[in-house]
Structures are given as C-alpha cells and as structure tokens.
Design a protein. Sequence first.
Length: 245
Amino acid sequence: MEILPDAAIRDLGVSGHVCWLVSDPGAYDGLAAALLAEGAGLGQRPVAFGPGAIDPGTPIAFMKLLRELAAKAPADGYGGLRIVADMDCILPLHLSTTDIVAFEVQLDRLLSELNATVVCAYRRSSFDTEAIAGALAVHPEQFGGGLQAPFRLVAGPQRSWRLSGEVDMSMQEAFAAALGTAATLGDCVIDVTDLRFIDISGLRAIAHGARATDDAIRLHGASADLRRLWDMCGFKDFAPKVQFS
C-alpha cells in the first residue's frame, strides 16, 4: 500500500482513489478544504460529501451521484471531479467489513472509468481496525499512517485488477470479499506479478470466486510456486475456470 506523505494529499492530480485515515478530527475540515481547493485549481469540480454538505443516503446512491456529476462536469466547465467523502456519511452504521470492502472494490472499478479523484475519509473513531484494514486493502493510495494492509487488490488498466503484497489468514474475510466482488464485475483478469505470498485460504477464495460466477478468472504473471500449490491443493479440478497466463 502506497502511503502518501502529509504534503502529498494536496497534490493528488486528476485521477485517483485515496483512503484517508483521520486520526485528528479537529484537522479534518482544514485538510478537506485544502484538498477541494487543490482540485479546483486543477480544473476539477470540488464536491464534499458529509455532514453539512451532500448526503447521498446510501453507498449505491453515492456511486450513482458520482456518475451523474462526472457526466455533467464537462458541460459545467470542469475537467473532472475532486471528491472528499466523509465515510461516516456514506456508509451505514455498523456495516460489516465484508460490505465495506465490496463497496470500495466497486467504487475503485467505477473510478478507473471516470475522470475523478475521490478521497474516502475514514475516521479512526468510527470504524474498527478490521474494517479500516479492509478498506485500505482496496485503495491504491493511502494518506495517514498507523495501520497498513498486507495486500491490496485494486483496479488496473483495461478493466483488469492488480493483486500485490501478501495474502494470508489474517485478512481472510477481507480478501474473499474483495476477490468475490471483483469476480462478479465480469472479465476478471488479475495481474499477480507483484504478489509476494498467498496461502491456501487465499487460493480457496479465488477458487470460490470463480465458482460463483459464469466468467473465468485469469491470473496473469503467476509464479511457478503459485501454480504448483494450486495444483497440489486440488483447486485445478475444483475451479477449472481459473486460468493462468
């Protein structure tokens, strides 16, 4: 997970999906305003989601509104969007880690198709460690330290995905949710070139993800060790729709 230095949150460019860990609520308004101002300077339409700003109501409504705002941006004279989203507003209270991860994977795919920068602000006081780690795992970039996820699964070019880091039982639930959601979005090609380690629980999640969809899952850049472990564990017969390249 790439962790941006403090200054970098004000230099995000015109496209991205950033997980902001908010440890100091008192600094939130100032940093959020700086983020929006930086986007406006780049020709992006600045939009805040949260208390006192836009409240979309549900995660689904949030993504629908993003699409609508992105479609309208050129006609309104903007080159794209700059969003700061207070996740206390976007996500219902007590939403499970699985649901948070699934939402962020879908959002990451959507953002790969839009000209937008979205900063998802997770207040440390509102979400438990497991939920935040799951959210971090499906964001390409991170602002704010104190916690990291051992793997990341994020949208890649041409509707592909990139899986990197280490997948083990410590985040079994989050990985299964991320992989399963990616698989349901269709044409699931996952670049695993930068995957350093994956255990049987991770391979099992890939196998079950493939069995739950009509489309194949293609793992690009898989190491010889990964392929050998896949065959040794019997996943080749259990999930024949998983292909290697």
